[in-house]
Write a protein of this length. Structure first.
Length: 302
């Protein structure tokens, strides 16, 4: 195998966690894959992979090398794309990060449509609510809620998502149903925290035409949107989040909306990507597809 093919093999092994699966993806014998990585490690003079009977993990050196390989391969794909007509058929691997909720409820249920349009693009989608370092981790694009704060990234607005404040019937039976925003001081909230914003224990409402923040007490804090909803279902406090996330729970009465006479501000959603990815055909068509997907999902919202 040449050096480029070896780099491609190495990244596939890290992503698949297996020599066998990576070899199958590239349609090469397992023995060839094993020999190529041994040669690579010998040439570099470092151990890149830790092998167990069940899975393969990168070492610290291996993880650093993987991140550089992802950048190199992406840049090479884009360089080749700039020299051939790929506007209608972009190709290569696209790495995207988004929250679990958006992946499972909006994007992945329609991902076969994207594949039918762009069959030469392979997707690697990671999910979570943590802050991703796009450059260091080799991620091409992230989907994030809130107002973008990183001026080093290109932000493409996707939607304005209507929000709702709600709680479980059990919580409201114990603490009472707030009839006015001024009563929120007597209530508890499930807190949400992240590495970028710290702990957020506020609820927001439009009162007399102005955005007002209400700081609540609370004993539970989480950093994952699915756990945020679970805590509300278990009576841990009030939550405020995009309505689509809890439509089913509101419909069947497991959660109850409160203070509906006062509007919650809509939550903006954006696709973010580095400036160096601005002209990448893969990123461009994926973000355009996302924009259409979210426009249809939240048509008239905001």
């Amino acid at each position: 195998m040449d050096r480029l093919e070896t780099l491609q093999l190495f990244t596939r092994i890290v992503e698949a966690g297996s020599f066998s699966r990576a070899a199958d993806m590239l349609d090469i014998p397992r023995a060839t894959a094993t020999y190529a990585i041994k040669e690579l490690e010998a040439r570099l003079g470092v151990r890149l992979l830790e092998r167990t009977t069940r899975q393969v993990h990168p070492t610290l050196d291996g993880q650093a090398f993987y991140e550089r390989c992802v950048l190199i391969l992406s840049e090479l794909d884009d360089a080749e794309a700039s020299l051939r007509n790929v506007a209608s058929n972009p190709r290569g691997t696209l790495r995207v990060d988004m929250s679990n909720t958006h992946a499972t409820r909006i994007v992945l249920p329609k991902i076969d449509d994207f594949r039918s349009r762009y069959p030469s693009i392979d997707l690697v989608i990671s999910s979570g609510d943590r802050l991703v370092d796009l450059i260091r981790e080799g991620v091409d694009c992230v989907v994030r809620a809130g107002i973008p704060s990183d001026s080093n990234l290109v932000a493409r607005p996707l939607a304005k998502m209507p929000q709702v404040i709600c709680a479980s019937p059990e919580y409201l039976a114990f603490f009472g149903v707030p009839q006015h925003p001024g009563e929120l001081a007597d209530h508890q909230a499930v807190k949400f925290f992240s590495s970028s914003t710290g702990i957020d224990d506020t609820l927001e409402l439009i009162v007399d035409g102005k955005l007002s923040e209400f700081v609540l007490g609370g004993w539970m804090a989480v950093n994952d949107s699915e756990n945020y909803v679970i805590c509300a279902l278990r009576g841990c406090g009030l939550i405020q989040l995009p309505r689509f996330h809890v439509e089913e729970e509101l419909r069947d009465g497991r959660l109850v909306e409160v203070l509906s006479e006062w509007a919650s501000p809509s939550k903006p959603l954006s696709a973010l990507y580095p400036y160096r990815r601005q002209l990448s055909p893969r990123v461009r068509v994926f973000v355009d597809w996302l924009a259409g997907l979210y426009s249809a999902r939240f048509a008239g919202a905001g």
